[in-house]
Structure formats: C-alpha cells, structure tokens
Design a protein around this ligand. Structure first.
Ligand code: FES
Ligand SMILES: [Fe+2]
Length: 399
C-alpha cells in the first residue's frame, strides 16, 4: 500500500454480475407501422429470438422465434393468412401459439404449442409483456395513453429512433435520479429536481435553464434558442417512460412528448428507443416547421443519449455507489427497480411504498453558475484576444 493507507480505508467497488433474469412488465419493441408490411420480423430480446407479424386484420402477434418442429427460424418465414409459416417445413403457427396446420400431414400433434407473448398496441407503439413467471399481464400496470402525441389532433407523428447499447439496462434507469450528470454530461442546468416512486411508477420532475456558456449541439443543427425546460418524466414499469416536456423558447413554449424506452437484448445489452411528438403551432404555415422541429428535437435527444452512451461504454457496473449529499436517491431507485426482477410473491413493501425526494439545488446551482460565468468570461477574453491579433495582422499586412 502506498501513502500509508490500509486496505480498510479504501472504498472498493462492489459488483455482482448483471441479473440473468429479465424484468417483468410491458416493453415497447417498436412502432406498429414497422410491423405492418406483411412480413415476419425478428426481435432479439429477453435473451431469445422472437417473431413479430401482423395477421390479416392487422393485429400484431408475437411468438417465440424458433419453430417447435425442428427449430426453424420463424422470422425468416412468410405470412400465410393469419399464421406465420416456417421456412423449413411450412408448419403454420397462429398468434395464440398453436400450430394450426401442417400442409403435408393428416393431423397436427397434440403438443404443437409454442410460447405466445401478450401484446398491446397503443399510441402507435407495440408492447410485449415479459414475465419470467409466465403469468398474464397485471391490469394495474397497463401502459397509460399518451397525453398529446400522435393520437391527439394537432400533434406530429412520432419521430422515432432506435439504437443498441452494449451495457446492462440498469444504467439507463440510474439516470432517473442523477441530477448532476445533466450539467456535466448533457450541458444542461437543472434548477429543480424531484423524484417520486410509487407502486410500479417512478417519476422525475425537473426544471432547468439554458446555459449561457454552451452553444449546445442543437445550435449546430439550426434549432431555435432555448431558454429552459420543464419536464415530468414517469417510468410506467421497468422500461417505458413518458416524458411531458415543455421547452421554453424566446418566442414562447413548445409542448412535446418524449418516449424513452428500451428492451433487453440480453443481460449485457439493450435496445434503446425514443420518440418525439410536438404540438403544432396554431398557424398552418408553421405546421411544416413543427415537423422539422420534431426531427431536430430527436436529433437533440439523440445527441443527449450518445453522451450517456459514451459514459456507459467506459464506466463499470457499481452496486455500491459512493454518494454525496447533493446526489439523488440511487439506492431507493434501485430498490424500486428490483420489484421487476423478483417473483410477485417476493415484492417487499419498501420496493413499492411511496417515496419522495426533492434535491436541494442551492449548492449545485451556485457552483454551476460560477462555472458558467467563468466559461463566459474566458470565451469573451479569448474572443477579444483573437480580435486584437487579427487587427495586428491586418495592420502589418497593410503596412
Ligand atoms: S422446423 Fe419449422 S416446420 Fe420444420
Ligand atoms: Fe443522461
């Protein structure tokens, strides 16, 4: 040991392997419109392969991806009527998981049944219910309708983005209570931050102001100047967040809905998806502008997630984060999150009891304002210096 430290004085990172079990609950696997092309689709999730297709009435069906006959990949098959037909020997599987027909055989074997996944289609999104115990969806955990969004007249269609992230999905959940990283990673300036956990929901209420020292990446892509934002973001279950996000601009407020959701590919990767819908301004000439704004906002959110992903790529999993007073309730949040990884019978009250925590932003805001002011002053000094040397150069050239 150096510096005379003993082993006991050093804080060690504790880290168990990520759980091999996947969270119970509704998981959005994409937009409905992606699955309506008359073909079966592969979704790799929950450590397995799923096949997703729309039957003749347009209803979305999800089955385990591998055929119970000889293991063929159903997602490489075709849709015949309401069924998915296996590419190997043409067995026809219905959305209820039963084999309906084997064209070359007199009858279907009794046990010809595979796993069907409960589905929900709502607000243009497709959800599957994952439950390691194999039970039916819990009615109280139904995904609520989005308030605003494409289902509401005057709102834009989803601008949607999907990407795979190679880490366990607990990292994205931690974000929920992590106020400080919004300043350092996302160059935001939170001034109010409160979390509420209750039952299967977890909410983050956040207000923020724009940073004068940042030309945020959104300026580079031509988005209008923002003054600040108010955000109410709620996880409904383990993986689906609806964020009612109001951006305050010089010309007024813009109401938006941000969906932030994921499903696990396996224990060490997940598919992150997000979508944005924007309330169109009243005047019709602004309608196209609203669509462009939605697209730009998706780009802005994409940049934000990429900033998180850069951190996740390099950080380690840590079960015992060392927190200071101005950090959010990481441990309580993880306790809430654990409810989705245990059997229903093992859910303890501390996982679901109401818990509220408002961060005292006084000290962080003072420190951040100082940092912003210093950055602004430094930039001004640099700009002045650059102007002076430009002037000297032109004087020399003129001489
Ligand atoms: S493996 Fe699917 S029909 Fe034979
Ligand atoms: Fe983040």
């Amino acid at each position: 040991m150096t510096n005379g430290q003993t082993d006991t004085e050093v804080r060690h990172i504790e880290q168990e392997a990520a759980p091999s079990r996947f969270a119970r609950g509704w998981h959005c696997i994409g937009l409905e419109r992606e699955f309506l092309d008359g073909k079966p689709h592969t979704v790799t999730g929950f450590g397995r392969k799923l096949v997703v297709w729309a039957d003749s009435s347009g209803a979305i069906k999800v089955l385990d991806g591998y055929c119970r006959h000889m293991g063929g990949d159903l997602s490489q098959g075709t849709i015949k009527g309401d069924e998915v037909a296996c590419p190997f020997h043409d067995w026809r599987w219905g959305g209820d998981g039963r084999c309906k027909q084997i064209p070359y055989s007199r009858r279907v074997p009794l046990r010809a049944r595979t796993q069907a996944w409960p589905t929900l289609v709502q607000d243009g999104m497709v959800f599957v219910w994952n439950d390691p115990e194999g039970k039916a969806p819990i009615p109280e955990q139904a995904i609520p309708r989005v308030d605003g969004g494409p289902g509401t007249p005057g709102w834009t269609d989803w601008a949607w983005y999907q990407t795979r992230v190679d880490t366990n999905c607990r990292e994205i959940i931690d974000n929920m209570v992590d106020m400080a990283h919004f300043f350092y990673v996302h160059h935001a300036f939170p001034t109010y931050f409160k979390n509420t956990f209750e039952g299967h929901t977890a909410t983050q209420l956040q207000k923020g102001v724009n940073r004068d020292d940042m030309r945020p990446a959104e300026v580079a892509i031509g988005a209008p100047k923002r003054l600040g934002n108010t955000s109410v973001a709620t996880y409904h279950g383990p993986s689906f967040m609806i964020d009612d996000l109001i951006y305050h601009y010089e010309h007024g407020d813009v109401r938006t809905v941000l969906i932030n959701c994921h499903y696990p590919v396996d224990e060490n990767s997940f598919v992150l998806q997000y979508g944005i819908s924007v309330e169109r301004p009243e005047s019709p000439e602004d309608a196209a502008a609203a669509e462009r704004l939605a697209d730009k906002m998706v780009q802005t959110v994409r940049i934000g997630f990429e900033q998180d992903v850069d951190i996740w790529k390099n950080k380690t999993r840590i079960d015992n984060p060392l927190l200071c007073e101005e950090d959010g309730p990481v441990y309580q949040l993880r306790r809430w999150y654990e409810q989705f990884y245990v059997d229903v019978a093992d859910i303890r009250p501390e996982m679901t009891d109401r818990f509220e925590f408002e961060l005292d932003t006084t000290r962080p805001n003072e420190a951040w304002q100082r940092e912003v002011d210093e950055n602004v002053a430094r930039r001004a000094a640099e700009a002045a210096e650059a102007a002076t040397s430009d002037e000297l150069v032109s004087q020399t050239q003129g001489a």
